[in-house]
Write a protein that binds this ligand. Structure first.
Ligand code: GCO
Ligand code: MG
Length: 409
């Protein structure tokens, strides 16, 4: 088999997605998700201008060799753009291999290690009653694990808090990317946040009892000592995890956090290689790996990363917000089903429009996802529908403190 085409499809059904479609001389096609929220066109160009020409004539079955070729021959290693592009190629090649084998992709990864994939949903509210409503709605939808984010008194716009119900009463999950010509400015005050958050978890535990797994995302905003303080303050509420408590480019920061708290820690949605985790995993400074399959070099690289983590009883918590397309979600689900050290899967539902562009076969039943049993990833791209929604510039917001200083968002 030979690769004869590699097309990059940029489409914006409610939000931007970049999709790679690889076509072979036997007519089998494979899809990869190359979406990098707020920087979409850089990956599209990397693929179109620099990678697609290299793929022509290659044997699509040689996945490991293609991965190493793209990683090493570029000379310039790592980084979100490069690793998202490599991930898209990798996932598309796995899709082709599994379709050629006539099997769902997870079978090629060793087969199912479980019957379903526990997923967590995103509940949020501006105040406690709104938050409780949102939690109840997620429970009604079937979620059995819930991420809790709320507004903080004194801060105007807080990460993770969904837009208000529309006139029709419909509620939406929080969507950070905004179709604005410039990134929106938000405000932040870590002390106000630290004062407020434990009372939110106390209220949620009081209302929903001790069993419900609860998660929280700190979105990189704390210093190590602040994170240590929060982890300690949240211990009575038995979190499933506290995510991205510090900006973890400095992996050593987690040593300090770890000394002070037994709250489980999840990190890594902004990472792109195993090297970003070296200290975190070897010193057992985290409990969950948060990388996206789509930003970390695809299934080939994620499998190696998660196998490394498994030696230290560290589990997966693969990134799955709406900026991961249904193609990227499907790749995550096949891996989740196959690996032994699965922890939990993030799941934010895509809009009906996005689901029209990407026809998926994965299911969500009683809180558990399953990738389905179609050959390959189980996702088809409707290029005609995709073409109706051209790219629209969109940015993630950023933070300033009260005195105007830029802060991590
Ligand atoms: C999460 C993330 C997302 C990111 C988003 C940025 O835990 O799901 O923090 O909400 O903010 O992926 O593009
Ligand atoms: Mg996060």
């Amino acid at each position: 088999m030979k690769i004869v085409a590699a097309d990059i499809i940029v489409s914006s059904p409610d939000r931007n997605f970049v999709t790679l479609k690889i076509t072979t001389d036997e007519g089998i096609t494979g899809l990869g998700d190359a979406t990098l929220n707020g920087r979409e066109l850089s990956v599209a160009s990397y693929l179109r201008d620099h990678v697609a020409p290299l793929l022509m004539g290659r044997d699509p079955h040689r996945i490991e060799d293609t991965w190493q070729f793209l990683y090493r021959s570029a000379y310039w290693r790592r980084g979100p753009v490069t690793m998202a592009a490599i991930a898209a190629v990798d996932v598309a090649l796995w899709d082709i291999k599994a379709k050629a084998a006539g099997m769902p992709l997870y079978q090629l990864l060793g087969g199912a290690s479980r019957t379903g994939i526990m997923a967590y949903g995103h509940a949020s509210g501006r105040d406690i009653p709104e938050l409780f409503d949102s939690i109840r709605r997620h429970l009604d939808e079937g979620f059995r694990s819930i991420r809790v984010q709320t507004s903080v008194p004194g801060i105007n716009a807080v990460y993770g808090v969904a837009a208000q119900p529309s006139a029709t009463g419909q509620r939406y999950d929080y969507e950070p990317a905004q179709r604005t010509p410039l990134p929106a400015e938000e405000d932040w005050d870590t002390r106000a946040y630290l004062r407020h958050l434990p009372s939110v978890f106390e209220a949620v535990r009081g209302e929903f009892g001790p069993e419900l797994p609860l998660l929280h995302d700190g979105h990189h905003r704390m210093t190590p000592i602040q994170a240590a303080k929060l982890g300690k303050a949240l211990e009575p509420y038995d979190l499933f995890w506290l995510e991205d408590c510090t900006p973890a480019e400095n992996q050593e920061a987690l040593r300090l956090v770890r000394q002070h708290t037994t709250t489980p820690l999840a990190i890594g949605e902004v990472f792109n290689t195993v090297w970003d985790y070296q200290t975190l995993i070897r010193e057992q400074l985290i409990d969950y790996v948060r990388s996206a399959v789509t930003h970390t070099g695809g299934i080939t690289a994620m499998r190696k990363l998660l196998d490394f983590a498994a030696q230290y009883q560290i589990k997966s918590g693969i990134h799955g917000p709406t900026d991961i397309s249904p193609v990227g979600m499907a790749a995550a689900l096949h891996l989740d089903l196959a690996i032994h050290n699965f922890g939990i899967q993030e799941y934010m539902k895509h809009t009906p429009l996005a689901n029209e562009v990407f026809r998926q076969s994965f299911t969500f039943t009683d809180g558990y996802l399953h990738p389905g049993d179609q050959p390959g990833l189980g996702v088809e791209l409707d290029e005609e529908v995709a073409a109706r929604f051209p790219y629209e510039p969109a940015y993630l917001p950023f933070n300033r403190l009260k005195d105007g200083t830029i802060h991590d968002w």
